[in-house]
Structures are given as structure tokens and as C-alpha cells.
Design a protein around this ligand. Sequence first.
Ligand SMILES: *Cc1c(COP(=O)(O)O)cnc(C)c1O
Length: 457
Amino acid sequence: MFDSIKKIFSTETENASPVYGDKPDIIREKSAELYERAKNYFPGGVNSPVRAFKSVYGTPLFIEKGDGSRLWDADGNEFIDFCGSWGPLILGHNHPKIREKVIEVMQNGMSFGAPTALENELAELIIKNNKYIEKIRFTSSGTEAVMSAIRLARGVTKRDKIIKFEGCYHGHTDALLVKAGSGLVTFGETSSAGIPKAYADETIVVSLNDKEAVKAAFEQFKEQIACVIIEPVPANNGLLLQNQDFLEFLREICDQNCSLLIFDEVISGFRVGFEGAAGFYNIKPDIITYGKIIGGGLPVGAYGASNGIMSNISPEGGVYQAGTLSGNPVAMAAGIAQLTELLKSGFYKEMNQKTLEFTDSIQRYATSKSYKFKVFQIGSIFWFAFTEKEKIQTSEDIDASSMEKFKMMHRELLNRGIYLGPSGYEVGFVSAAHSKIDLEKAKRAIFESLDIVFKNR
Ligand SMILES: *Cc1c(COP(=O)(O)O)cnc(C)c1O
């Protein structure tokens, strides 16, 4: 595998003269060794599939340490990190305020399965600063939060069917691992083995940015739709930024049909602003799900809604949902420390500005060289797309063959000390820990990598 990929790359660049001098591939001996061992223990050698580096060059890097904007792997390679543990690390790695709070709380024990004041504290921080939810329930992952939000929507409306959008990811529960069939409005097809067809039949999958398809679904399944669920900032399959009026249309059509609107803000929550995409677009969903940033790097998810809707959750209401480690004190501590920093005045303004300058100058460089390359950006989220299109708003707009170019770029960036998530479908994140110097260094590496990718156009 390793060698055959190496061969492909070396023949591709055989005749081309080096642009910025030959950057040798980073040494991955220790990582490769750890990966070999991991394969004995875990399917595919990993505990979450994308970590296996299947769509980029080489074996996965095993990480030893993170600090601020930086990561170090088992071979001692240093990287400026733009993956941020897939979004949670908005303050960068190993932030002292989070670390200190976690250590302080851990002195008193790590789990009680009984209420603690820390849960109140995190809930207060969120609810007092977010006009879109009145009550919240903590879970241990984003997947769990979304699963519970769907059950809540079904429990409240006493309807079974849900509408989701092709290209939005909502975690790995059965109801949501469903992709579009053919046709405008279709019952989904399961996108994983092991999901009963009957579950997929309750999930209607439509294209993003397609009002007609949503209308048709509501007409075809009158009074059967419990909810529409969307990532208001779809960021799990590229960055498919939607028009404000499409999100407003979803709000209206849900109201007209007495269906609930769920914003899955596991990525966008506390990222595009403290109030997430709901605040960014000024649209009030009925239920919001959170994850990632909310736990400061520890496993936390949450869902929130109005008092009325949340009163349906057990033990107050009939919708059951529980968790042995829900509201875990150590995880709450990390969330409290992180969100406290985010609430400081000017936090988002500064980070969003910094990201915009970064992505703008990358775009300017690519445009000046006539590279077919676009950087999409919102808040501190960005996505590199090898495309000529001005907008990419649906997953059908993504050209799968362009991922070969990403693969090359990913390798060149690793060789220049820049770490992106190992797939061209994944977005990147700027954190508060990225300094001007980090971003300058990253820009230079990106320019060089683009030159190499487009050298043999
Ligand atoms: C990451 C993510 C999830 C799943 O969260 P996990 O913590 O990985 O279970 C759900 N929805 C969205 C939008 C996500 O980005």
C-alpha cells in the first residue's frame, strides 16, 4: 500500500522540476509501527474510520502531544494543526485554563452518576447567552444528542417520518445513516450495512438548497413529518453554505405543517458565534443539538429547546433518554472553562477576521495563478475545493475526481508541517491559538503545495 502509493506519486512528478526544492516525505516510522500494532486490536487499526488516512497518502500519524496551534506525532514531526480534533479545540490544544479546571475538578473524583453543581454552571453559561433554548440535556456525544433530538421530535409530534438532506452528517445512528435514492423525493437507502430497511423508510432524503423537493416531501407525506433536520452550516461533506432564504424557508414550511425544525449545530454551535448558526442567521429552530466545542475536548453533547418541548423528556415527560456518564463532572469542567473564554468580548470577531484574512489571501493567490481552486469560509471554518465553481451548495456539486488533487496537497502540506484532516471532504478550523506567524507560515506552505498540485495541469 505504502510503496504503491509512493510509486504513483513519484511517476507523476518524475519529469517535473522541483518548484521550491524537493521536500522529502516526513518520517513516519514510529507511526507506521504503531499503526501495524493497532491493526491487531481495532478494525482497520482505528476507533473512528476517517482516522485511517484511507483517502490521503501514507499511514495515519499517531499523535503524541498538542499545544496551542501545534501537534507532534510519534516520530517527533511538528505540525500547525487545522483539524482541531475535528472542531472541538477552538482555543487550540491543551489550553491552560481548561487543563487547570479539569485537574482541579478531578481532585474530587471523576464520576458520580448523581447531579453536581458543574452541570448547572455549564447549562447557565449556555442558556443565559443563547436566546434560542430554555432548557438543555447533556449527553456524551453529538451522535447521542441528535438521536435524542429526533426521538423528542417524534414524541412531541406523534409522527414518525423525518426529512434530512443529502450531504449532511448527523452522527451514526440508524435513522440518519441514510442517503438519497434516485428521484426528487425518495425514501432513503441505508448508507451502512446493518440498518433495517424499515428504519430507512422513515427517513426522507432531499438535496440541500432545493425548496421544491422539500415542498414535494411535505405534500407526499402530509401530517407524517415529525421534523426536518439540517446542519445549518453543512460542514461534514465539504462546506456547503446555504442561502439564508433556504433556511428561512425551512422554518416556514415546518411551521405550516406543524413539524419541528432541528438545527444540528454539533459543528456550528459556539463556532460561527456563541449562539451558533441560529444566531448567525437569526432563525429560531425548535430543537438544537450541540457537541464538539461544548465539551472543550472532552466527550460532551447536548440538545436544547423551549421549556415546552423539553418538558417531554423523561422524567418530566414520556420521551425516554438517559446516560450513565451524562453531565460527567470532568467533561463539564472542560466545557465551562472553554465556553467562559468564548464569552470574552471580541472573541469571535477577532477569530473570524483572522480566518477571513487567511482564506482571502489563499484565494487571491490561487486566482492570480488561475488555479481551479476555491476556498469557502464561514466564521473560523474553511474548506479547500478544487473547483471552478463560484458556489458549492449541494453534495452533487462536488467533483469526486478533484479529491486526487486534495490527496497531493495533503501530502505536500504534511511535508511542510501543516496538518489538515485526512480527507478532501473535511473542513479545516482556525483556532484562537493560531498566531499571525502560524497563519503566514501556513499560507506559504499552501501556496507551495498548490504550485506543485497544479504544476502538471
Ligand atoms: C460530529 C458531528 C456529529 C456527531 O458527533 P459525535 O460526537 O462524533 O458523535 C453529529 N452532527 C454533526 C453536524 C457533526 O459534525
